[in-house]
Design a protein around this ligand. Structure first.
Ligand SMILES: Nc1ncnc2c1ncn2[C@@H]1O[C@H](COP(=O)(O)OP(=O)(O)O)[C@@H](O)[C@H]1O
Ligand SMILES: [Mg+2]
Length: 324
């Protein structure tokens, strides 16, 4: 898999361990899609209003909205998907709205947890397949901020089990058609996100094995929040030489930073902890390279008081560089 194919499939499912930056990466992929001329939809699943907050828009719901030129966004949940689904099959929106009180969805999803995923992924498939009047696909790119990898693996493993409780034609065949879409590498890539830290790297190794075993096509692994080296050889030496605060303060004064011994000691500690983070990062990068045979795309740690649309724009540039 060549990173330049990153935005080629119509459907990108972004997943990984919680907190690694799945939502951020999904947003950045969508921005990169739009900037490279793709009509793009960013999908929030079982929404927490992550994107409306990130892009500072009004609240997202089941209606697709063009929140920036070329990027549409929506937030899907099983209930709204079920209403639309019943409406499509039985043309009874008002009736289905009555039937689908949250109790009905709750009942169905408790009885057969996979039903929820059939409904959510069903809506994603509708967007991936949608065509305009002229026969062309409506979206060039659909980016889904998906649940953690385990849930996707479960869904792919057991399309039948997921529908066992509702043993009726349309939903059962629907589940299979969703698995077909997810396993078709020309339509769908799974986009794993990780950090250069122990647990996320281990989890990525496991996820790659599980997903490959199921026949999923994986895009390049996105390595998020990568720190850059901030010291030259001399700086490194000063930090690792175990200098006394007074010596460190003298060095800093020479470099034009006139601070007292306490501040020099504190800066020395900060610098040292940064160096050891870099060391860990280097080891984890090697580990990832050794154990995962996929290309990687590294995204920098973006500093700033508030992580918002501008920061997402910085990360999107990295994806654009990868595809051009
Ligand atoms: N490249 C980055 N640089 C700095 N902070 C980041 C970066 N990517 C994500 N973050 C921050 O990390 C936190 C988790 O990111 P998020 O995308 O919400 O993770 P997830 O969706 O995997 O739970 C957020 O506070 C986000 O602002
Ligand atoms: Mg998230």
């Amino acid at each position: 898999m060549d990173p330049s194919n990153l935005l080629d499939p119509r459907l990108l499912i972004v997943t990984g361990k919680g907190g690694v930056g799945k939502s951020t990466v999904a947003a950045a992929l969508a921005v990169a899609g739009a900037r490279t001329g793709r009509r793009t939809c960013l999908v929030e699943v079982e929404g927490r209003q992550t994107f409306s907050r990130l892009f500072d828009t009004s609240a997202w719901d089941f209606t697709e909205r063009e929140f920036r030129p070329g990027i549409f966004g929506l937030s899907i949940d099983p209930e709204a998907s079920l209403v639309e689904y019943l409406d499509m099959f039985y043309g009874a929106r008002r009736l289905s709205k009555l039937v689908v009180g949250s109790t009905a969805v709750e009942f169905a999803t408790t009885a057969a947890p996979g039903i929820k995923d059939v409904l959510l992924i069903g809506k994603v498939k509708e967007m991936e397949r949608r065509r305009d009047g002229d026969g062309r696909f409506h979206y060039d790119l659909v980016v889904v901020d998906a649940p953690p990898t385990g849930r996707i693996v479960n869904f792919l493993r057991a399309p039948d089990a997921t529908t066992e409780m509702v043993n009726v034609g349309p939903i059962r065949s629907q589940a299979q058609s969703l698995v077909d879409m997810l396993l078709d590498g020309r339509r769908t890539h799974l986009q794993l996100v990780t950090l250069l830290e122990e647990m996320p790297v281990q989890e990525t190794v496991d996820s790659v094995a599980a997903l490959r075993g199921l026949g999923v096509t994986l895009g390049p692994v996105v390595v998020n929040r990568v720190l850059t080296e901030r010291f030259d050889a001399e700086g490194r030496k000063a930090l690792t030489d175990d200098l006394e605060p007074a010596e460190l303060a003298a060095l800093l004064t020479d470099a034009g930073l006139d601070v007292g011994e306490d501040a020099a000691a504190a800066l020395g500690q900060l610098g040292y902890s940064h160096l050891s983070r870099l060391g860990l990062q280097e080891r984890m990068r090697d580990e990832l390279r050794r154990r995962v045979t996929l290309p990687t795309i590294e995204l920098p740690y973006v500093y700033g008081a508030e992580f918002g649309a501008d920061a997402v724009g910085v990360l999107a540039r990295k994806f654009e560089e990868a595809v051009t």
